[in-house]
Design a protein around this ligand. Structure first.
Ligand SMILES: NC(=O)c1ccc[n+]([C@@H]2O[C@H](COP(=O)([O-])OP(=O)(O)OC[C@H]3O[C@@H](n4cnc5c(N)ncnc54)[C@H](O)[C@@H]3O)[C@@H](O)[C@H]2O)c1
Ligand SMILES: CC(C)(O)[C@@H](O)C(=O)O
Ligand SMILES: [Mg+2]
Ligand SMILES: [Mg+2]
Length: 347
């Protein structure tokens, strides 16, 4: 493994140079990879693996998502099956149902996990919270994860552009002595950039924190707070949205992605730099207690319990959709839709 210095801490990582696609193909040459579930990660991972020359089939229940799989080129009876048929054919079972659905389907999946097969996850959820999920794999199967650090939609888009999201990987159970190399081969096969090692507990704990925090929850909270203050002080929706969201996503975050925060700052005025350097600290102080509370809520499994409880309610889907609709129809995101429609490249 390559040793890389991450800001003073040296970590082992796996790059595509030392574990090339050719090696992944060789490790997985006698495997039938069954991607169970075709929601968000399913399509990204399955299509990338197929384009990478691996032997992939998809298992998906009939309905809209099954039709999407057909539209994506999966052939019923050849590479696309009902879930149980795919479970039977697969030697590496990629369990890419939603975390809640994984609980429901587990008794079925378990039946097909015969000795020597592999069970692959993209999250540490099911295994870490086994007292809540009931997911306890048989001792004679390999169990590992590769967790792309981003949406399955981006995983596919970046792959098509010749780029790759980073993924973490972890082995939970090595029954055959080959779990680790299969795990790394799968992580390369789904189109990852570099790989960093973790364990199932750390993966789920950091992932739940990240998505509730800066990646999704905190960012919306901070956007909403600033937007409201601007509106309360007489600024128009377009001005408030541009100064809160549009400039960040269109101009400044791409600069951060390219070369770091200081470089983005350096490409703004000295007036902006002075203010940003002064104000990031009070923002950190104000929000750190919230992040500590969030981490604690993840660690005590309150977040997992809430997710499982709510997801298992029969009316959860429509309620979730109603919440997303409220967000979409809020003034800020309606202003956002108007702003997006005015981007020159959309005309
Ligand atoms: N969404 C992402 O981009 C992302 C990123 C990293 C990791 N993950 C992890 O990947 C896994 C899959 O997540 P996802 O967001 O792609 O899932 P998802 O919510 O998109 O659902 C995946 C599939 O589950 C099927 N499904 C739902 N309920 C079912 C049931 N009762 N019976 C049979 N099928 C059912 C759906 O038809 C769908 O095809 C999860 O462990 C998740 O944490 C997701
Ligand atoms: C894409 C995310 C947020 O990284 C993933 O963790 C998820 O749960 O969808
Ligand atoms: Mg997640
Ligand atoms: Mg994540």
């Amino acid at each position: 493994m390559a040793q890389i210095n991450f800001g003073g801490t040296v970590e082992d990582v796996v790059t595509r140079e030392e574990f090339p696609l050719e090696k992944a193909r060789q490790v997985l040459s006698d495997q039938t990879i069954a991607v169970i579930g075709y929601g968000v990660q399913g399509p990204g991972q399955a299509l990338n693996m197929k384009d990478n020359g691996l032997n992939v089939i998809v298992g998906q229940r009939k309905g809209k998502t099954y039709d999407k799989a057909v539209a994506d080129g999966w052939v019923p009876g050849e590479t696309l099956f009902e879930i149980e048929e795919a479970l039977e054919k697969g030697t590496i079972i990629c369990y890419l149902l939603s975390d809640a659905a994984q609980i429901e389907l587990w008794p079925t999946v378990k039946k097909y996990l015969t000795a020597g097969k592999s069970l692959y996850f993209s999250h540490g959820f099911g295994i870490t919270y086994k007292e809540k999920t009931g997911i306890v794999p048989p001792a004679d199967v390999d169990v590992f994860l590769a967790a792309p650090k981003g949406s399955g939609t981006s995983l596919r888009r970046l792959f098509v552009e010749g780029k790759g999201l980073n993924s973490s990987f972890a082995v939970y159970q090595d029954a055959t002595g080959t779990a680790r190399e299969k795990c790394i081969a799968m992580a390369i096969g789904v189109g990852s950039g570099y790989l960093f090692e973790t364990d199932f507990y750390k993966e789920v704990t950091s992932d739940l924190t990240g998505e509730r925090g800066t990646l999704m929850g905190a960012i919306q909270g901070i956007f909403a707070a600033q937007y409201e203050v601007l509106r309360e002080n007489g600024h128009s929706p377009s001005e408030a949205f541009n100064e809160t969201v549009e400039e960040l996503t269109q101009s400044l975050m791409p600069l951060v992605a390219e070369n770091g925060m200081d470089w983005m700052y350096a490409n703004c005025s000295t007036t902006a730099q002075r203010g940003a350097l002064d104000w990031w600290k009070p923002f950190k102080e104000a929000t750190k207690p919230v992040f500590a509370k969030l981490y604690d809520s993840v660690k005590t499994q309150a977040e997992a319990a809430r997710s499982i409880d709510l997801n298992s309610q029969p009316d959860y889907r429509p309620k979730l959709e109603a919440e997303l609709k409220d967000l979409r129809e809020s003034e800020m995101w309606q202003a956002g839709a108007a702003v997006r429609s005015l981007r020159p490249e959309r005309n």
